[in-house]
Each structure stands twice: as structure tokens, then as C-alpha cells.
Design a protein around this ligand. Structure first.
Ligand SMILES: [Zn+2]
Length: 79
């Protein structure tokens, strides 16, 4: 497993997982842009206050995007 248990800035291991509200701008296959709101898991360093996104965040973004896309593809697309 990838070692993300250290702060990339100061190297401290005093880090805590946090969840923040984030918003993601994306485009669907038809080229229409839309925003996806999601709960983004991030890491926060208690030593230097840095907040960064790990693999969890990428996965959460991808999942939120796919989820939003699925909701945006109703049957009326061909109207
Ligand atoms: Zn730090």
C-alpha cells in the first residue's frame, strides 16, 4: 500500500483524516458542464496545518462524477 501517513510538507506523522465539502466541475459526454457536490476525504497535518488529498480523494471524486453522470442520463436524452 502506498504510504500516505506522513505530511508531504513537513514530514510529520501527526495527521488526521478529515472530510470536507467540495465541489467539482465536470462535463458530460454531450459537453455540458455541471457541478458535482461531494464529501471529500482529505488528510490534515496537525503540525503545519496542511490539507492535502490522497488516493481516497481521487476515488471519491471519480465515484461522485460517475454517480452524477448516471443521474444525468435520463431517457429523455433522445428527445
Ligand atoms: Zn505538516
Amino acid at each position: 500500500m502506498h504510504d500516505e501517513n506522513h505530511c508531504p510538507k513537513c514530514g510529520s506523522s501527526d495527521i488526521v483524516p478529515r472530510t470536507v465539502n467540495d465541489r467539482l466541475r465536470a462535463a458530460d459526454p454531450r459537453g455540458q458542464t455541471f457541478e458535482v457536490e461531494l464529501q471529500l476525504p482529505v488528510w490534515s497535518c496537525r503540525a503545519c496545518k496542511l490539507c492535502w488529498q490522497g488516493q481516497e480523494a481521487l476515488a471519491a471524486k471519480e465515484a461522485a462524477y460517475q454517480n452524477a453522470l448516471a443521474k444525468r442520463s435520463p431517457a429523455r436524452t433522445a428527445a
